[in-house]
Design a protein around this ligand. Structure first.
Ligand code: AMP
Ligand code: MG
Length: 511
C-alpha cells in the first residue's frame, strides 16, 4: 500500500474556505489504473505488492484509492468555490464530487495536492450524486497522460478504482469509479470569486496570501503583490493556452472554476483534440454557441483573467477614506493594464511555439514568421488537412522529402508555393550543410506524431467500461506516453478518424 507523507497547508491556513468531509464507502473496489511513474515522482513509498509494481493490485490499494480506508495523515475536505459557467455566475459550486485529501512534497520539492474525484456527495453537491463513471475517469487518465508527455502543464491521475457500484447518467447505467488526482493546487479563479462575491474580504485576503506563498513565493510581502499575482497567472495561462493551441487541444469547458492559478490544465470533461484544422471546432454537446471553440480559447482566458482581476481590486484599494477613490482608480488601472497586455503576451508565446514547430531557431534572424504561420494554417483549413499530421509531415519535408506532406492534400501541389517560402526562410538561418537533419530532429521533438484521437479514445473507453477489458486502454496509454516517437506498429493510433466520424463527434461533461 503506498504511503503518503502529508503536510496539509490548505486545511491549516484557510479554515472557513472548506468543509471537512469523508468519502463515501463503496461496495467492491477494484484497481483499474495506477500511475507508477507519477507515484515515483511523488516519492510515495510503495510496498512490493502495490498496484503498479506487481501489476496485480492488492485489495488494500483498491480500498485506499476508493476512499474506503483513509491513508494516515489525510484530512479530507471539500473546497468552496464559485464560477462563471458559460458566462453566467454561479455563486456556489465547490467540490460536489471531489475531496482534497492533503498535500505532499514531491521529489523535486514541489507541493502537490492529492484529491479524489467521484468520492460521493458533499455539502456542495447540489442536485448531483457525487459520483463518477469509469469511462470519463479513464478518459481523464488518457488525456492527462498525453498532455504530460506533450510537455503541457496538467493535473495528473494517480489511480482509478472501479467501485462496484452503478452510476446513472442519461437513462444509462454505468460502472462507477473514483479517480485520484494530483495537482500543483486546486486553487481556481472561482475560488477567489467565491469570497469576493460574498464580500468576505478577510477570507479573500487569506486566500490571496496563501496563493502567493504557494505559487509565487518571490512575491510574498511585496506591496505590489496583488497585481503581480494577476500577472503571474496571466503569464502562466498565456503559455498554457499557447501550448494547447499548438497541439490542437480544445478544453471544452473553460469556466472560471476550471481555470487554475497554477497554470495547469484541469478538468478533462468534454475536451478533445482537433483533427482537420478548423478554428471553429467545438466538440462539447452543451457548447451550443461555440463559446469554448478552439479559436476562442485565448479570448476566454483573458475574460477569465478579468474576473480574477475584479476579485483582487478590493484588496488593492484599502486606503483611508480620503485616498479611497484614488486607490480604487489606481488599482483598476493596474489590473486593466495586465488584462490589456494579455493578447500580446499570448501572441508571443504562441509564435514562440510555432517557430519551434516550423524548425526555426529561437534566436534566428527576425522576419515575418507570424504571416508564414498564418498562411500555413489558412492552407490547412482550406484543404481540410489534419493538423497533427501536417506538422509532423513538415518534419519530413525539413529532411528533404516533402511528398508525405503533399499527400495530405487532395491536390498535392497546393502546398508547393508555401513550402518554397518556408524553405527560403529556413535557409536564412542555416550555416552548416547538415542543418536540415538538426532541423528535422528539433521539429520531431515538438510536433507530436500521435495525439489522443477521438475515435481511439472512445474505442478504448467502451472496451473498458462496457466490456471490462482494459487491453486497448493500456495499449493506447503506452502510445500516448511517447507522442514524439514514430512507431509503425502503432500506426492505427496516429491515423485520423474518417471525416464523417469527426463531423458527428460529441463530448460530454462526464457528470
Ligand atoms: P465540472 O463541470 O466538472 O467542472 O463541475 C462543475 C460543478 O459541478 C462543480 O462544483 C462540481 O463539483 C459539480 N459536479 C459535477 N458533477 C457532479 C456530480 N456528479 N455530483 C455532484 N456535483 C457535481
Ligand atoms: Mg470543474
Amino acid at each position: 500500500m503506498p504511503r503518503f507523507t502529508f503536510d496539509n497547508t490548505y486545511a491549516r491556513a484557510l479554515p472557513g474556505t472548506y468543509v471537512f468531509w469523508k468519502p463515501t464507502v463503496v461496495p467492491a473496489p477494484r484497481m483499474l489504473f495506477f500511475n507508477t511513474p507519477l507515484a515515483e515522482r511523488l516519492g510515495l513509498e510503495l510496498e512490493l505488492d502495490s498496484a503498479g509494481l506487481s501489476g496485480t493490485a492488492g485489495a488494500a490499494d483498491a480500498a485506499l484509492f476508493a476512499g474506503n480506508v483513509l491513508p494516515e495523515g489525510a484530512e479530507p475536505l471539500a473546497q468552496a468555490y464559485a464560477g462563471h459557467q458559460f458566462g453566467g455566475f454561479s455563486p456556489q459550486l465547490g467540490d460536489g464530487r471531489a475531496l482534497l485529501l492533503g498535500e505532499v512534497i514531491d521529489k523535486s520539492g514541489q507541493r502537490r495536492d492529492i484529491a479524489f474525484k467521484g468520492s460521493g456527495r458533499t455539502p456542495f453537491s447540489r442536485g448531483g450524486d457525487g459520483k463518477a463513471a469509469v469511462g470519463p475517469m479513464l478518459r481523464e487518465v488518457l488525456i492527462g497522460e498525453a498532455m504530460q508527455a506533450l510537455g503541457i502543464p496538467t493535473t495528473q491521475a494517480l489511480a482509478v478504482v472501479a467501485t462496484g457500484e452503478a452510476v446513472y447518467r442519461d437513462a444509462a447505467t454505468l460502472p462507477g469509479a473514483v479517480l485520484t488526482r494530483v495537482a500543483a493546487s486546486h486553487l481556481r479563479v472561482g475560488t477567489f470569486q467565491y469570497f469576493a462575491a460574498r464580500g468576505e474580504l478577510e477570507q479573500l485576503h487569506q486566500l490571496t496570501e496563501y496563493a502567493i506563498a504557494r505559487h509565487a513565493p518571490e512575491l510574498v510581502g511585496t506591496p505590489e503583490r496583488h497585481v503581480a499575482l494577476l500577472r503571474f497567472v496571466a503569464v502562466r495561462q498565456a503559455r498554457l493556452i499557447a501550448q494547447w493551441m499548438n497541439v490542437g487541444f480544445i478544453h471544452g469547458v473553460m469556466n472560471t472554476d476550471n481555470m487554475t492559478i497554477s497554470g495547469e490544465t484541469i478538468d478533462y470533461g468534454p475536451c478533445a483534440f482537433m483533427e482537420a484544422y478548423d478554428p471553429a471546432t467545438v466538440f462539447s454537446s452543451i457548447d451550443h454557441g461555440g463559446r469554448y471553440a478552439y479559436a476562442n480559447q485565448p479570448l476566454i482566458a483573458r475574460w477569465n483573467l478579468a474576473r480574477l482581476a475584479e476579485t483582487l481590486l478590493p484588496l488593492m484599494a484599502n486606503g483611508d477614506d480620503a485616498s479611497q477613490a484614488d486607490a480604487v482608480n489606481e488599482a483598476a488601472a493596474q489590473v486593466t493594464q495586465v488584462i490589456d497586455e494579455f493578447p500580446a503576451l499570448y501572441a508571443a508565446e504562441l509564435l514562440k511555439g510555432q517557430r519551434a514547430k516550423l524548425g526555426l531557431l529561437p534566436n534566428g534572424p527576425g522576419s515575418d514568421d507570424a504571416t508564414l504561420v498564418a498562411d500555413w494554417l489558412a492552407l490547412l483549413q482550406q484543404h481540410r488537412v489534419d493538423f497533427t499530421l501536417a506538422w509532423r509531415r513538415l518534419c519530413d519535408a525539413a529532411e528533404g522529402d516533402a511528398n508525405p506532406l503533399r499527400a495530405l492534400f487532395a491536390e498535392p501541389g497546393a502546398v508547393n508555393p508555401w513550402l518554397a517560402r518556408w524553405q527560403v526562410r529556413c535557409a536564412r538561418e542555416d550555416t552548416a550543410d547538415d542543418a536540415k537533419f538538426d532541423r528535422a530532429a528539433r521539429m520531431r521533438a515538438v510536433n507530436p506524431w500521435v495525439i489522443p484521437r477521438n475515435h481511439r479514445v472512445e474505442e478504448a473507453l467502451s472496451a473498458a467500461s462496457e466490456g471490462d477489458d482494459l487491453t486497448s486502454f493500456e495499449r493506447l496509454l503506452s502510445v500516448l506516453r511517447r507522442p514524439f516517437d514514430e512507431n509503425p506498429d502503432a500506426a492505427r493510433y496516429a491515423d485520423p478518424a474518417p471525416a464523417q466520424i469527426t463531423a458527428a463527434y460529441q463530448t460530454f461533461c462526464g457528470t
